[in-house]
Design a protein around this ligand. Structure first.
Ligand SMILES: Cc1ncc(COP(=O)(O)O)c(C=O)c1O
Length: 434
């Protein structure tokens, strides 16, 4: 494990300049496949007896640097990079809960994750029970003998519920399963979830890690904390010898620090194909070099904007855990000493009689914004808003929306890196004009 600080790690880990063209920046290795020095070497690599480059769906040197850097920042033992955050959640869930497993998940999740859990995984025979993430008895009560993981977001998007990670981790461990956290909004800079009991992290690197709204990517990070060997029968993909791996069990070949990432890469990413392109890996690495600077500023600006909105006569509730009257204020202060993530929501003060009236009011505000853009994304350098009920979460049923705390008057904002005063002026003008 590195002894370097966060900023040094985010710049240097995983890349050794001087090989082979002495570029100080990590190169984009844009090659579909790799040449072997001999057939004997190819045989060793294919049998996974040696690590090396084979074919870009299995991994690339550019991606390997990204994996090592995020692993170091999260304090893990290994990572698998994939083509999107959605793919990261999907391969993690399939690897852990395949063959008819069950997942207990928070009901406040990114809409795409709800879709994945609710329909696609259900079609594949993986059942998901959604629970109120603050109801610890509900987490406990939903666990079954077939449960294979608990899943939540560190700070749930869009209304910024702050997860009590330690409490949910304890429930997961008492049930003998890992806690998998989506730390896209939290980022490894604002929170190191390993220190609070999480076992596996997924990221949409598309957001704050890349930070510039240019490139999709995702990561699954194994923090190496979960003891799969305590109950091998639960994890046949890790403990049963498999002909694909020379009739050896992945756990026996790669152990606690390598078995899960090898399973992810050599089976689920290789078979399903959601590879990360070398170019996107490069873009994400570029963004990662300034993660601490950007995220610190995002957080400070977000808090200032939340305070402005909370005082505005046209605004009703503001869901920012940095505000003293927010129900998560104390938990946020405990878990996020460096600042609260800059993705949060607010409601208009007078939304109207029904959903359509609320939609019309929100549309007038959103369409009047000039500096702030209407975009279904978060974690961009630009400030973005979206209307979850009609956009990111539009597949959810009214009950699911209510469980996630979303109404038709809810506007999500992802505060970017512009001058905070300009953002406040833009919001103020749009709220007044509307
Ligand atoms: C919290 C969270 N997790 C996962 C995803 C999915 O990531 P991607 O769009 O990179 O597939 C998103 C996308 O918005 C997200 O906000």
């Amino acid at each position: 494990m590195t002894t370097d600080g966060f900023a040094t790690t985010q710049l240097h880990t995983g890349y050794v300049p001087g090989t082979p063209q002495n570029t100080v920046a990590t190169p984009i290795y844009q090659s579909s496949a790799y040449q072997f020095s001999s057939l004997a070497e190819a045989r060793e690599l294919f049998a996974l007896r040696r690590r090396g480059n084979i074919y870009s769906r299995n991994g690339t040197p550019t991606q390997a640097v990204l994996e090592q850097r995020i692993t170091a920042l999260e304090g893990g033992v290994g990572a698998a990079a994939v083509g999107s955050g959605q793919a990261a959640t999907a391969v993690a869930a399939l690897a852990l809960a395949g063959r008819g497993g069950h997942i207990v998940a928070a009901s406040s999740l990114y809409g795409g994750t709800v879709d994945l859990f609710d329909t696609t995984l259900a079609d594949l025979g993986i059942e998901v029970t959604f629970v109120d993430q603050d109801d610890l008895a509900a987490w406990r009560g939903a666990v079954r003998p077939t449960t294979r993981l608990l899943f939540a977001e560190t700070v749930a998007n869009p209304v910024a519920q702050v997860l009590d990670i330690r409490a949910v981790a304890d429930i997961a461990h008492a049930a003998g399963v890992p806690l998998v956290l989506d730390n896209t909004v939290g980022t490894p800079y604002l929170i190191r979830v390993r220190d609070h009991g999480a076992d596996i992290v997924v990221h949409s690197a598309t957001k704050f890690i890349g930070g510039h709204g240019t490139s999709l990517g995702g990561l699954v990070v194994d923090l190496g904390t979960f003891d799969f060997a305590a109950d091998p029968a639960k994890w046949p993909a890790l403990f049963e010898p498999h002909w694909r791996f020379g009739d050896v069990a992945l756990w026996d070949a790669f152990g606690r620090t390598g078995a899960l990432t090898t399973l992810l890469k050599s089976r689920f990413v290789a078979d399903l194909g959601p590879a990360l392109s070398p170019f996107n890996a490069f873009q994400l690495l570029e963004g990662l070099e300034t993660l601490d600077l950007r995220v610190g500023r995002h957080a400070a600006s977000g808090l200032e904007i939340a305070r402005f909105l909370a005082d505005h006569p046209a605004v009703g509730r503001v869901f920012h855990p940095g505000l003293p009257d927010n129900p998560y204020a104390a938990r946020a202060a405990e878990y996020y000493p460096r600042g609260v993530p800059s993705v949060f929501a607010f409601e208009l003060a007078d939304p109207g009689a029904d959903d359509e009236a609320a939609f019309a009011r929100v549309a007038r505000v959103v369409d009047a914004l000039r500096t702030i853009k209407l975009v279904a994304n978060i974690g961009d350098a630009r400030t973005l808003v979206c209307h979850p009920a009609s956009m990111t979460h539009n597949h959810m049923t009214p009950d699911q929306l209510a469980a996630a705390g979303i109404s038709w008057a809810t506007i999500r904002i992802s505060v970017g890196l512009e001058d905070t005063g300009d953002l406040i002026a833009d919001l103020d003008r749009a709220l007044r004009e509307a």
